[in-house]
Design a protein around this ligand. Structure first.
Ligand SMILES: [Zn+2]
Length: 100
């Protein structure tokens, strides 16, 4: 498969993940409303909410890069990130050497 086609597949993966995190966030919001009444585990929900928000931001950025042909390059050294790595971490921003 050519890289362009592979990026098309990754776009679908990203859109699917975006969908999933949006749903999770909506569920967490509702749960947060519930747990306030029952004194439930608000801390865990807050952590999950934060990580879902973070993921949504990362995915939105990746999709934006895809739209502008800037996707798949390391933000630090501008090296093209191998497609195998992108397949595992579609919203990744850095190559393996620059990853914090
Ligand atoms: Zn890099």
């Amino acid at each position: 498969m050519r890289r362009k086609d592979e990026l098309g597949v990754l776009r679908m993966v990203l859109e699917e993940q975006y969908e999933r995190h949006s749903t999770q966030l909506a569920l967490l919001d509702r749960q947060a409303g519930d747990s306030r009444c029952r004194g439930g585990d608000a801390d865990t929900a807050a952590v999950l909410t934060a990580s879902s928000r973070q993921a949504l931001g990362d995915i939105a950025r990746a999709l934006h890069y895809l739209d502008h042909d800037a996707y798949g390059c390391c933000e630090q050294c501008r090296t093209e990130i191998p497609i195998e790595h992108l397949a595992q971490h579609p919203a990744v921003r850095f190559c393996t050497s620059c990853e914090p």
